[in-house]
Design a protein around this ligand. Structure first.
Ligand SMILES: O=C(CO)[C@@H](O)[C@H](O)COP(=O)(O)O
Length: 230
């Protein structure tokens, strides 16, 4: 994929978050990284999605410097940069304030693996980050948001559970491509909605078994011994 194609894909990913009902107003942002050059492409801050074009995308340096556009980058750029630095296997990040995922983030409640819809895309519960300290909020808010996400992933493969809930804020999802990151953000919202309703029916509902979760995740991702047979 050329850099121009990637820029088009980032613009489309941002617009798709609205199309899928994940974003209202100018909440949310999608970005991608060109790993060969280390350049990150992200939507501009505060520009309405209806009028956004590929030319409006802002190109930043992975180290956080040098923007090359007339527009300011998304206010969440530094969070995306922390994720690209910490997770070399990811190629795109999507942040939304989608309703049900944000409800779980605000309630500081992880989303358990209640069913196979969840396990088909996420190999384990969706975790919630710790709260940011007052000092982090004051001195380095946006990067610290990335740091608490990375902290919450200690010992966990970011592509096996490609999403997180930032406490009191909202969801971040990612993938290898902008399309995949939008898909994960969309499935996350669906899974959060199902989990919330399941919890209303049974507050003590247990997650599905490890073996059912493994079977569903692995058959969908081609790593199970019986891949191709079920
Ligand atoms: O997290 C938030 C708001 O709480 C963000 O989603 C911003 O609202 C997005 O702003 P820009 O990307 O337009 O700067």
């Amino acid at each position: 994929m050329t850099f121009a194609d990637l820029r088009d894909a980032v613009c489309k990913a941002n617009i798709d978050t609205v199309r899928h009902g994940l974003v209202k107003a100018t909440f949310g942002n999608a970005s991608a990284i060109d790993r060969e050059t280390g350049r990150v492409i992200i939507k501009p801050s505060g520009v309405p999605f209806e009028v956004m074009t590929p030319d409006d995308m802002v190109i930043a340096d992975l180290t956080g410097g040098a923007y090359d556009n007339r527009l300011r980058p998304s206010s969440d750029l530094d969070t995306h940069l922390v994720l690209y630095r910490a997770f070399p296997e990811i190629g795109a990040v999507v942040h939304t304030h989608s309703t049900f995922a944000t409800i779980f983030a605000q309630a500081r409640t992880p989303i358990p693996t209640f069913g196979t819809t969840h396990a088909d895309y996420f190999h384990g519960e969706i975790r919630v980050t710790r709260n940011l300290t007052d000092e982090e909020i004051r001195d380095r808010y946006v990067a610290a948001t990335g740091n608490v996400i990375v902290e919450a992933f200690e010992g966990r493969d970011p592509l096996e559970v490609p999403a997180i809930l930032v406490a009191g804020h909202g969801p971040f999802a990612w993938g290898r491509t902008p399309e995949e990151a939008v898909l994960h953000a969309t499935i996350l919202e669906e899974v959060a909605k199902m989990a919330w309703h399941s919890m209303m029916l049974d507050r003590n509902l247990p997650p599905i078994s490890q073996s059912l979760m493994d079977r569903h995740y692995r058959r969908k991702h081609g790593t199970g011994a019986t891949y191709g047979q079920d």
